[in-house]
Design a protein around this ligand. Structure first.
Ligand SMILES: C[S@@+](CC[C@H](N)C(=O)[O-])C[C@H]1O[C@@H](n2cnc3c(N)ncnc32)[C@H](O)[C@@H]1O
Length: 430
């Protein structure tokens, strides 16, 4: 059969002889393929490509030896410029399907680095393995080298495996909930400073001094942090203890400096994030008499980047550690017109303050109907919606449009080359 197109979620799409749509793992548009059906519903089937009979001209040899096995990169075997074309098409399709809107994507900003662009990676321990999850599975692939991360990350992971062996450290068992070591999270800033975060189920990290000593021998300048997280559904949460070095990693941009604590979110691809922040600043139409609210502010990245154009900026986030860092980031940068509130946006929206502009950068699930209504009640002239999920973005934009807003522009900032993930900025105007 022929693969028709790529669709959201990392699938390709084809139709069975009886015209039923089938979502496939693997395959690129216009390829003749053989497939195997894994699951069938009334009007949709799921399957995988077992053989490519006529490969796409856009195919290339993947750089990573874990490609196809590891769930991280889906598109490493296709040219980068084609990945960007596909993201544009998928975004248009999502708006058509979910929001019933025929949209143009005005801009697709490529990442300057196709590989080694990530400044954070979350490795998972599983038995003797340390790596990333398989595609649609909870089983871990032992990663020897990840090409979208700096090489140092793979070197640190290798050292961590050795340390586990030397000290015979207990690995967490994800089924029985016994054991200790859950994740190894690595962060690196543009200057090359490293933060090594060891995440445990338990409060106690056995041999922590020995671990620090053995790691420091190979990575003398790295900070080392022990994070205690009893919750299995999320990686970076819970109290932490600094075993060595600084408790924050510092990112210096041309304009501002940001301190990022171990458990706070920060944009993973800094060069692209800076382009995105510049674009958000232009699109929000700064006004020295206006008030801007940055909801889901994290460590204040977009709030502080936009602060010089406004009378007042208010940043909101439910992560206490992130907000503490956001306050100190405002101080470090001598930004005096930004305030930060540590609150869930659901509660914050209950008494939504008067405002002229809003930036939204929520997690994958988007914003709730109630929060959206509270924003619309305040009638901000411009809303900049930054989204890492196209489905929730299309759903929420539809609601803004129904409430009287116009979708003025859509732009993609390719934060995640080699993967099917799409980072979008939507400009909504009143
Ligand atoms: C995608 S990050 C955006 C961070 C920030 N805009 C930036 O550019 O660095 C999403 C943020 O939303 C926060 N968050 C998630 N759910 C929230 C909620 N219900 N209320 C407030 N903040 C929330 C997280 O703590 C995280 O900092």
């Amino acid at each position: 059969m022929v693969v028709e197109k790529l669709v959201a979620g990392g699938y390709s799409l084809a139709h069975l002889p009886n015209n039923k749509a089938v979502l496939l793992d693997g395959g690129y548009p216009d390829e003749f393929v053989e497939i195997q059906i894994d699951r069938e519903k009334k009007d949709l089937a799921f399957g995988r490509v077992t053989k490519v009979l006529t490969p796409s001209q856009k195919r290339r040899k993947p750089r990573c030896k874990h490609f196809g096995e590891c769930g991280g990169c889906r598109w490493q075997d296709i040219e980068y410029s084609y990945q960007l074309d596909m993201k544009r098409e998928i975004l248009r399709e999502q708006f058509f399907r979910i929001a019933h809107m025929d949209v143009e994507v005005e801009k697709v900003e490529a990442s300057p680095n196709e590989f080694e662009y990530r400044n954070i990676a979350e490795f998972t321990f599983q038995a003797r393995k340390l790596g990333f999850k398989r595609w649609r599975s909870s089983s871990v692939v032992d990663i020897k080298r990840c090409w979208i991360c700096p090489k140092t990350f793979s070197d640190i992971a290798r050292r961590m495996r050795e340390i586990v062996e030397i000290l015979n450290l207990p690995i967490y068992n994800w089924k029985s909930s016994e054991g200790v070591l859950k994740h190894l999270v690595l962060r690196q800033n543009s200057r090359g400073d490293l933060m090594i975060i060891i995440v445990t189920k338990t409060e106690h990290l056995p041999n922590s001094r020995e671990i620090t000593r053995l790691m420091t021998r190979h990575f003398p300048a790295a900070s080392i942090v022990h994070l205690m997280n009893a919750k299995d559904s999320i990686v970076l949460r819970g109290p932490y203890r600094i075993l060595k070095g600084e408790g924050v990693i510092t990112e210096e941009t041309d304009w501002y400096t940001f301190q990022i604590p171990p458990t706070a979110f920060f944009q993973v691809n800094l060069p692209v994030a800076l382009k995105m922040a510049e674009y958000v600043y232009e699109e929000i139409h700064p006004d020295k008499n206006a008030v801007l609210i940055d909801m889901y502010t994290g460590v204040g990245f977009l709030a502080i980047n936009s602060s010089h154009g406004f009378r007042k900026v208010l940043g909101v986030d439910s992560n206490r550690v992130a907000i503490k860092a956001a306050v100190s980031n405002a101080n470090i940068n001598r930004v005096r017109n930004v305030e930060f509130v540590n609150q869930d946006v659901e509660d914050f929206a209950t008494n939504m303050p008067e405002c002229d502009r809003v930036i939204l950068d929520p997690p994958r699930q988007g914003i709730s109907k109630r929060v959206l209504e509270k924003i619309v009640d305040r009638r901000p002239k411009r809303v900049l919606y930054v989204a890492c999920d196209t489905a929730s973005l299309a759903r929420d934009v539809r609601k803004f449009v129904d409430a009287g807003y116009k979708l003025e522009k859509l732009a993609i900032f390719d934060m995640f080359p080699q993967t099917h993930h799409i980072e979008t900025v939507a400009t909504l105007t009143m």
